[in-house]
Design a protein around this ligand. Structure first.
Ligand SMILES: NC(=O)c1ccc[n+]([C@@H]2O[C@H](COP(=O)([O-])OP(=O)(O)OC[C@H]3O[C@@H](n4cnc5c(N)ncnc54)[C@H](OP(=O)(O)O)[C@@H]3O)[C@@H](O)[C@H]2O)c1
Length: 225
């Protein structure tokens, strides 16, 4: 994929995990270059090698540290457990100035994942913006998409709510949502990310209650649905 003729590279911080790997798979299939970020170069390399084996053709994927991945990319996607969110963001701050972070992190409480609890900042994504500062655009997306969908080649019948610090940040994120084969919606300012992050606890509860694994949401009643 290209941006004014330049190939777009997406960094995935925590890309060795379930959600990050699934998103990487989808973007590699769509022709994007992907850099898998990890706390260790070795784990990143293993995940990159696995993805290379799964995608047809010659996918452009490699692995490195989280900071180096963010530094070498046009856009950085964050998929880490909430417990690691603050520390990793602080390490990314110097390289994220003037760039876009797309945060998929959900502030789940270990042992109480069906009970929504937002951080003091309002949401994990708002906390990310507080830590990174005003010179970094932050968008929030993918909270309602189970990783189990992402590694399959079938269409995903779940929508993605995209919030962000500017219309441009939301638009860039929506392009990646579409490239992943998903229907995205501009859901407004970053403050609204509390709703999409909170939906994860609702969906986990529904999965437990009804014996499902991949509950999602769909927006209806618009001309685009
Ligand atoms: N799984 C889903 O279906 C799903 C759906 C929507 C949103 N999310 C959200 O996306 C984020 C990632 O979820 P996930 O299921 O992909 O998580 P995961 O597989 O448990 O972890 C993702 C990666 O985070 C990195 N990490 C950094 N610090 C860590 C720490 N202190 N403890 C454990 N891992 C750490 C690890 O990479 P290294 O060890 O290589 O550094 C790990 O591979 C979460 O905030 C989750 O709520 C997940």
């Amino acid at each position: 994929m290209s941006n004014n003729g330049e190939s777009i590279t997406v960094a995935i911080v925590g890309g060795t995990g379930k959600e990050g790997r699934g998103l990487a798979y989808r973007w590699l299939r769509a022709g994007y270059a992907v850099i898998i970020g990890s706390r260790t170069v070795e784990r990143a390399g293993v995940a990159a090698d696995e993805l290379r084996g799964l995608v047809h053709g010659t996918p452009d994927v490699r692995g490195t540290t989280n900071v180096e991945a963010a530094q070498a990319s046009h856009v950085t996607v964050m998929t880490v457990p909430y417990g690691a969110h603050e520390e990793i963001l602080k390490s990314l701050k110097p390289v994220m100035q003037g760039r876009l972070l797309i945060d998929a992190t959900v502030p789940l409480q270990p042992g109480k994942v069906t009970r929504m609890k937002m951080p003091r900042a309002g949401s994990a994504a708002q906390e990310a913006h507080e830590i990174l500062g005003a010179a970094t655009e932050v968008a929030a997306a993918f909270h309602t998409i189970s990783h189990e969908h992402l590694m399959k080649d079938e269409p995903i019948e779940c929508d993605v709510l995209v919030t962000g610090t500017s219309a441009v940040a939301r638009q860039e994120t929506l392009r990646l949502v579409e490239a992943a084969g998903l229907q995205g919606w501009d859901a407004g300012p970053l403050e609204n990310s509390a709703v999409s992050e909170g939906l994860t606890s609702v969906l986990i509860h529904i999965n437990k209650k009804y014996g499902s694994r991949q509950a999602g949401i769909r927006i209806t009643g618009t001309s685009a649905d």
